[in-house]
Ligand binder design. Structure first.
Ligand code: ADP
Length: 731
């Protein structure tokens, strides 16, 4: 081969090599570039990851330091808590769900006096066992096993009741255990030794105080009884003395002795009642009683006083209201006597009106009874109205000071009404009058009384009274009976109105200008035979006798509605033959004397009784005690018995009970009238429950005894007292 060829070939080879090189270089470049990109991406990734690692590391650092702070806080709190728990004087422990001790403070552990076993992990059952075995607890009458069983049983209840345990050294620990979440129990052991000691002291002090109060009540009761007995003698003798011939001056002295004695008795009774209420010794003794009769009896008692002051005493008893209720008659009587007594005392002119209304809600016999006592008296200043119900409180001013009284009446009244779960109020205007009202709920014993059946002839009545309240009450009562009524305010008006159409005239006695008797006489003078009923509160019987010639009946005001109805019913018979004498049923003069037995242990009181009935035509025997009374009852067969309640040996109630037992076999029923030293004395024992029919309150009054004799005279016996005598003793 030529050189040229060789050169050409060489050149071609070099070219080819150069191209290959170029190619490889390009490839290398591309590969380099890719590598460079990868390297960049990688390093970016590394930077990012490193940043992340850094931030996570920071966060972890933060969390770690937070945790440390939290731990520290928890530690501090725990330390403080334990510190507090350790500082408290009372024991504190907690147990896990399996009743193993988790921890307890010193006070808790101190009780166990260094027993090493009492440490975290010990079981509650073991603690109980150690307590009994080591004599830590005073288990009293329990056997150790029983005590532990009782404690364990209590521990296992979902919420164990607190319990007091007594330790060997007379420390009292109250255990309060509380079950928490997951069954853990927190146990508190409070040292209540001081409280127990204090309670014991208080109990002892209370027992002492109660004993003292009982002693005081007993002393008061005894003392007032002891004072009352001689006072009865003083008052009774003064009354008898005033019946003997005396000079005017002597009469004044005697009256003063009598009224002072009576005033003293009232005070003693008030104080006794008040102390009884205070000592919570006063109990109510409900029994069936007639409310209307009770009111009328009180009104009758106050009548003489009202008559002297010339004020009218009126009763307006709701006609639709039953009269028989179950309540404590003695206490209701006391309330009414206080309120009515005050009304009469503080009224100089006008009237005192007792209004009784009632509602029976629903089917039951329970009746809300409202009683109001209105007067036209001096009234009470508005700023004193609240004050008067307080003890010993009176409206203190010039006018009031002239009235007697202890200022206890209303305080007692209010407490009695409270005791009966009722309410009392007063409404008063100074110088105009007062209205005291009270409401009590009493069960009625029967349904509403049916209106009486009246004689056919009674269709139209004339009511004559100068007092409008009275006219209103009577007209209302007549309307209920279906009788048409014409009311007249005076005798003259009545005479004007009167014609043949009237079937009965009801007239008041005491009216200005023409009184009831004059009116009756005028009616008879006209030749009219219309039946006339005269209502009187202020006439002696002698005066009344003057009226008897003209009227069919004279009735004591205010008239219980039963009596009025009975009288109107009876008129049916009288209308045809209006002969008043016919009704007086005089007993034959040769009849036997009325037999009266009086049981009374006190000689002075026997003497007083004997003197009071000295003019009565009776056959009187005395018994010195209950046993004698019983014997005399059998031998003399009395027509009436007066029975003292407190007598030595067999007392009045016991004797009465025995008499009633005898009567159960032999038949008959002798009226037995209790003589009590205090209207309320029978409250504890129930005088009426013992079989006594009525009671008289000491000091005995001649009029009351004579009235009782007249009332209980059997038809076969002579009249014990003439009407004139009775009238004279009533004045
Ligand atoms: P006492 O009547 O023994 O003073 P009370 O407690 O019964 O005691 O009455 C307290 C006072 O209330 C009376 O003193 C009197 O001032 C006043 N008071 C009571 N009832 C009336 C009344 N009906 N009218 C005017 N004042 C009355």
């Amino acid at each position: 081969m030529s050189l040229a060829q060789k050169l050409a070939e060489e050149r071609r080879a070099r070219l080819a090599a150069e191209r290959l090189l170029e190619l490889k270089q390009a490839e290398l470049f591309a590969a380099n570039q890719t590598l460079g990109r990868h390297a960049r991406a990688l390093s970016e990734e590394i930077v990012e990851t490193r940043a992340q690692v850094e931030s996570i590391r920071n966060e972890a650092q933060q969390v770690r330091s937070d945790l440390t702070v939290a731990h520290q806080k928890v530690e501090i709190a725990e330390r403080r808590l334990w510190h507090s728990i350790e500082t408290i004087q009372d024991g504190f422990a907690f147990f896990d769900v399996d009743s193993h001790l988790i921890a307890a403070n010193h006070a808790y552990l101190a009780v166990f006096d260094g027993l090493e076993e009492i440490a975290p992990g010990v079981s509650y059952a073991r603690i109980l066992q150690l307590m009994t075995e080591e004599g830590i607890v005073n288990i009293g009458d329990y056997a150790p096993a029983n005590w532990r069983a009782m404690m364990q049983k209590r521990w296992e209840t979902p919420s164990p009741p607190p319990i007091v345990v007594r330790l060997w050294n007379d420390t009292y620990i109250k255990l309060i255990d509380q079950r928490g979440h997951g069954g853990d129990v927190v146990s508190l052991a409070l040292d209540i030794t001081e409280t127990v000691r204090y309670e014991k002291e208080l109990k002892e002090a209370r027992a002492k105080a109660e004993a003292a109060s009982r002693a005081k009540s007993a002393f008061l009761a005894n003392m007032s009884h002891e004072i009352r007995t001689p006072m009865n003698g003083v008052v009774g003798m003064a009354e008898l003395l005033s019946d003997t011939p005396l000079s005017q001056e002597q009469q004044l002295y005697v009256q003063t002795i009598k009224s002072s004695g009576e005033a003293l008795l009232v005070i003693i009774n008030d104080v006794l009642d008040y102390s009884k209420i205070e000592a919570k010794k006063l109990e109510l003794h409900p029994e069936p009683f007639d409310l209307e009769r009770c009111i009328h009896e009180i009104v009758m008692l106050l009548q003489p006083l009202a008559r002297d002051k010339n004020i009218d005493l009126l009763v307006d008893y709701d006609l639709f209201l039953p009269t028989m209720f179950i309540g404590d008659p003695g206490r209701i009587r006391q309330v009414l006597t206080n309120l009515l007594g005050n009304a009469v005392k503080f009224t100089q002119e006008g009237h005192v009106l007792v209004r009784v209304v009632g509602v029976q809600p629903g089917e039951s016999l329970d009746t809300h009874v409202h009683v109001t006592i209105e007067d036209t008296g001096i009234g009470i200043p508005a700023d004193k109205v609240e004050h008067i119900f307080g003890e010993f409180n009176q409206v203190e001013d010039e006018r009031n000071r002239k009235f007697e009284g202890t200022g206890l009446g209303l305080a007692i009244t209010q407490r009695l009404i409270d005791l009966m779960q009722g309410s009392i109020w007063v409404d008063s205007e100074e110088g105009v009058g007062s209205a005291f009202g009270f409401r009590i709920t009493l069960p009625a014993t029967d349904a509403i009384d049916a209106a009486p059946v009246l004689p056919e002839k009674l269709k139209k009545a004339m009511v004559v009274d100068d007092l409008s309240v009275n006219r209103e009450i009577l007209a209302k009562q007549m309307a209920i009976l279906g009788i048409e009524t014409q009311v007249c305010a005076s005798g003259a008006e009545a005479l004007d109105m009167l014609d043949d159409s009237f079937d009965v005239v009801l007239t008041d006695h005491n009216m200005p200008e023409m009184d009831g008797i004059e009116l009756s006489r005028a009616i008879r003078d006209r030749g009219s035979q219309v039946p006339i009923l005269l209502f009187s509160s202020n006439s002696t019987y002698a005066e009344m006798n003057r009226g008897r010639a003209f009227v069919q009946a004279i009735m004591q005001k205010p008239i219980p509605r039963r009596d009025l109805f009975a009288r109107l019913q009876a008129l049916g018979a009288d209308i045809d033959a209006p002969d008043p004498e016919k009704t007086s049923a005089a007993p034959p003069t040769d009849a036997r004397l009325m037999r009266v037995l009086a049981a009374e242990d006190n000689r002075t009181n026997q003497l007083v009784f004997r003197k009071m009935v000295k003019d009565a035509r009776i056959d009187l025997s005395f018994a010195n005690d209950g046993a004698e009374a019983l014997a005399l009852y059998q031998s003399m067969k009395p027509d009436v018995v007066f029975m003292d309640i407190s007598m030595p040996g067999m007392d009045g109630k016991e004797a009465t009970r025995k008499i009633r037992e005898l009567e159960a076999d032999s038949g008959g029923h002798v009226p037995i009238i209790a003589m009590t030293a205090h209207a309320m004395e029978g409250d504890g024992e129930g005088i009426l429950a013992a079989g006594l029919d009525f009671y008289l309150t000491k000091p005995l009054r001649k009029s009351a005894i004579l009235e009782a004799l007249v009332r209980h005279r059997p038809p076969a016996a002579q009249a014990p007292v003439s009407e004139a005598d009775q009238a004279a003793s009533a004045t």
